[in-house]
Design a protein around this ligand. Sequence first.
Ligand code: MG
Length: 373
Amino acid sequence: MNLTKSRLDQGRLTKFRLGRLKVPLVTPFKTALRSVDHVDDVVVELELDNGMIGYGSAPATAVITGDTHASIMAAIRDFIWPAILGKHIRDLNDICQLIDKAMIHNSSAKAAVEIAIYDLWSQSLGLPLYQALGGGISQLHTDITISVNHPDEMVSDAIKAVDLGYDTLKLKVGKDLQLDIDRIGAVAKAVGPDIRLRLDANQGWSAKQCIQAISAMNRAGIEFELIEQPVAADDISGLKHCTEQLHTPVMADETAFSFAQSLHLMQNQGCDIINIKLMKAGGISKALHIADAATAFRMPCMMGCMLESSIGVAAAAHVAASRHQVITKIDLDSPSLCQFNPVAGSVEFHDAAISLNQSPGLGIESIQSLTYL
Ligand code: MG
């Protein structure tokens, strides 16, 4: 009797370890905000008292989330882990609330821990994460980012991507308006009308500049699937103005940081599409809240990622797969930009194709190049 009871009671959070995972990129990643040449994540490993291990990760995207490696590690070690130590993994929703309430901000640290928690929870159920979240599709199709560079270099990168089988390109712009128009025109001409183009200005334009640039390119016969975050993150009225003035769908990224901000945009028709990222939302539970609210508001979403390792992106892929009815666009190209995938057994990233398997949880068997701290 006591033995049965103790076995049933097993599944409590008992240990945590932190590590760093660095993976070099094929070519440097350049946006209006930064230039990076490798992925560098904090990895969190959580263990239950039955020996089960779950993994999560977070990049230090200080210019976007405000989070650094040091702040992510301190948040987990000093606030988040003490709040959930000893909790039973079956109490998923309570654990997510404890993570959220452990401190304000620190969305990347919260996301890393939540990813490990959902990995453990779905492993405990014996289901791949997307099945535990209600089921869905097991194949996704991502675009690829073309960094902001000289037009000739962007054309050559775009042609290489099309040759690899990508049919959707996300062009980074927002550094210089006239040069942006030249860059986009050159790429559009080189790849032809069968390739879908997404633009991401990373807050680099004003609303007027955005309307001027997109209208000029439309007049030149270039159409876009969407324009992402043309204006500053706090320029909510500017984003809405672009949404109202352009026939090209406008997507919120940096303006749609939290669930509350995303909900505000939906309620006020402040954009046409929301870009969901686990690192902005603060984890899987909040990303699901955004997707489910968007379902109610009939607003499509994209699942995006930071420049981050395939642990966090695998989690994002599972969330997107389970909410594919509303998350209709996928921008999970970070693993494909890396020189190798350090994670074995989990989601497979092969150029545009993302394949989920039937292993329980995230399916992570081993992580190469992981240094424990
Ligand atoms: Mg973006």
